[in-house]
Design a protein around this ligand. Structure first.
Ligand code: PLP
Length: 392
């Protein structure tokens, strides 16, 4: 399917099973082609329709479509009113953009360590990092499992903080029966091709806060208070730019794809959960690899399937295991290098090894196995067989 690495001169192993991949059917293609023949290529009727379907699906009052998951996080941090001098608590086990969006607005990301069994942000570590400058918490539903929002909500309410969910991994998940999308004040999603549904690039923010939704709509359109269709309806040319915003719009072409994809979300999540169950039962037979723990009441959406490898028992390092599997054609991966260890963060904020010991220890041991809805049972078995061979 794809080659790894894509742009190296070194001879790369052919990866036949990537860790993630989109599912595109004929109806998705047809929906996009229809938009190409219509009057609107960008902001048109498909945007509103996709937003409406999405808010209905997660039970939120408002959904605002934007151009990526990163734009969704940036818009959430804007809506939370973060500016210079403000601190936002984030976990280190995540994609860098979770922390970057705080920096975009001039705020300071403060890293709180994860729980070792789930790799979700640890509420007791969050509580220890709150200062008089803290304004928000971003909880990352790592791998697809919702965080401990009961505990996080309590901390947020006590200190008057905005609770943001980076739900880029957890669309279709739930906590105690409440869908991801309503668990935090502002909830950010990504529609990158490896995520649960795709629009190529794309993202969404959901919220029950009407004022936040209105400000995010403006933020995605240069900070302009009205969009071109509203002006056309009013027969007026007049507009005012009221905030510093960006061009973070999601096009009608992309939203048409989002609409057909969203219709298949349940099927996609169900298949991911089936694959995860197969991996869980295979791993229960190894004494050198363990799945992450799923918390009571959590409905896991499995964007990733992460195994933790005990190198001393296995007799080889995680990197050696990764190389062996990739050489055999399995696109295993590592999610993630702790964000505070990236050169940018070390250089700018002086974050050093030892700041988040649980995340740093986990980083040495984690391996993401291929998981995506199009995998056949045979594909899943081939991953399990190759994984088992590591211990032989
Ligand atoms: C994918 C992802 C993002 C960024 O989404 P993009 O659509 O690629 O901008 C942010 N946070 C997490 C946890 C992600 O997995």
């Amino acid at each position: 399917m794809t080659r790894w690495p894509l742009d190296h001169n070194v001879k790369a192993p052919v990866v036949t099973l990537p860790y993630g991949r989109q599912t595109i059917d004929e109806d998705d293609i047809k929906a996009v082609v229809e938009v190409l023949r219509s009057d609107y290529l960008t902001t048109g009727p498909k945007v509103e329709r996709f937003e409406q379907m999405f808010s209905d699906r997660v039970g939120a009052q408002h959904a605002v479509a934007v151009s990526s998951g990163t734009a969704a996080l940036h818009a959430a941090i804007f809506a939370a009113g973060i500016g210079p001098g403000d601190e936002v608590i984030v976990p280190p086990i995540t994609f860098a953009s979770t922390a970057n969006c705080v920096v975009f607005q001039g705020g300071t990301p403060v890293f709180a360590d994860v729980s070792p069994d789930t790799l979700l942000i640890d509420p007791s570590q969050v509580a220890r990092k709150v200062t008089s400058r803290t304004k928000a918490i971003i909880a990352v539903d790592f791998a697809g499992q919702p965080c401990d929002y009961d505990a996080l909500r309590e901390i947020a309410e006590y200190h008057g903080l905005t609770l943001v969910a980076d739900a880029c991994h957890s669309l279709g998940g739930a906590l105690h029966g409440n869908p991801v999308g309503v668990l935090a004040d502002l909830n950010a999603f990504s529609f990158h091709p490896v995520k649960h549904i795709t629009t190529g690039e794309g993202g969404m923010i959901t919220t029950n806060d009407a004022d936040a939704a209105r400000r995010i709509r403006s933020f995605r359109n240069h900070g302009i208070a009205t969009d071109h269709r509203e002006r056309a309806r009013a027969g007026s040319h007049f507009y005012e730019m009221v905030d510093l915003g960006y061009n973070y719009r999601l096009s009608d072409l992309q939203c048409a794809l989002g609409i057909t994809q969203l219709g298949k979300l349940q099927r996609f999540v169900d298949r991911r959960r089936e694959i995860a169950a197969s991996y869980d039962s295979a791993l229960s037979g190894f004494d050198w690899a363990f799945p992450l723990h799923t918390r009571e009441g959590a409905h896991h959406a499995y964007h990733l399937y992460v195994a933790r490898i005990e190198s001393t028992t296995l007799g080889c390092s995680r990197d050696q295991a990764l190389t062996a599997l990739r050489t055999s054609g399995f696109g295993v991966n590592v999610h993630y290098i702790p964000v505070h260890l990236h050169p940018y963060y070390r250089g700018r904020y002086g974050t050093v090894p030892g700041l988040c010991p649980e995340a740093e220890r986990a980083y040495e041991e984690i391996l993401s196995l291929p998981i995506f809805p199009m995998m056949s049972d045979g594909d899943v078995q081939s991953v399990i067989d190759a994984f088992r061979a590591l211990g032989a």
